[in-house]
Design a protein around this ligand. Structure first.
Ligand SMILES: O=C(CO)COP(=O)(O)O
Length: 251
């Protein structure tokens, strides 16, 4: 049985006061939610404030990215160990916005996942095709390449601390969610590739989240799909009531 994960990626939003307000609201709204791992990923500068506000709550904290070196002359970077030190248990790696605007590649994603695991973080590894790739019929090739590169050198045991997030780029922030069937098709394909790479038990155990315009209105349909194990939520995670409603999908 795979425990569902609902993760909120706050992207470049929320200063300290707003972040505290959001988390305070969230903590009380989800206090009765059980059997779901809830994660929030704020910007680095508010991690400490959010950690404080989460005190006593089961909600987990994630970074939105990390570097692969633990320390050194790397101006502007944050290491996995520093995220742990700030109270994080998770880190998002390889989000399509990082791939698009900050030169992230499957190779850097792979290095970051390995570094995150070494530091004891769970890695939420993002993959997904662009609209052009979907229209060209190359979705499965793209996903396979991203999985081969991103998971290179990992063992089935390592995969226990990896969560895969399938985020079709054309569905991010566009209001255009993949249909339940489109998402399920991609998730089943991803699980199949993971099975080829690391064996069936690892593939059966790995959580695969869907991301891209997830809202309270579409979460239930997505979660009824057999290979969808949760969601990575952007816009709808910025309001306590909508994120709480998504996290309460089973209630
Ligand atoms: O990129 C996303 C989460 O990482 C999805 O963003 P939206 O939910 O705003 O489409």
């Amino acid at each position: 049985m795979r425990t569902p994960v609902i993760a909120g990626n706050w992207k470049l939003f929320k200063k300290r006061a707003e972040a505290r307000e959001l988390v305070n609201g969230l903590v009380s709204l989800v206090k009765d939610v059980q059997g779901v791992e809830i994660v929030v990923a704020p910007v680095f500068t508010v991690l400490a404030a959010v950690k404080g506000a989460l005190d006593g709550s089961a909600i987990k904290l994630a970074g939105q990215d990390c570097f692969w070196e633990e320390e050194g002359a790397y101006t502007g970077e944050i290491s996995p160990g520093m995220l742990v030190d700030a109270g994080c248990s998770h880190v998002i790696i390889g989000h399509s916005e990082r791939r698009q605007y900050f030169g992230e590649t499957d190779e850097t994603v792979n290095r970051k996942i390995k570094a995150a695991l070494k530091a004891g973080l769970a890695a939420i590894a993002c993959i997904g095709e662009s609209l052009a790739e979907r229209e060209a019929g190359t979705t499965f090739d793209v996903l396979r390449t991203q999985l081969n590169g991103g998971l290179a050198g990992l063992s089935a045991d390592d995969l226990k601390d990896v969560i895969i997030a399938y985020e079709p780029v054309w569905a991010i922030g566009t209001g255009k969610t993949a249909t339940d069937a489109q998402a399920q098709e991609a998730h089943a394909f991803i699980r199949g590739v993971v099975s080829e790479l690391l064996g069936k038990p690892a593939a059966e155990a790995v959580r695969i989240l869907y991301g891209g315009s997830v809202k309270p209105e579409n979460i239930k349909g997505l979660m009824t799909q057999p290979d969808i194990d949760g969601a990575l939520v952007g816009g709808a995670s910025l309001k306590a009531d909508s994120f709480a409603a998504i996290a309460s999908f089973s209630m």
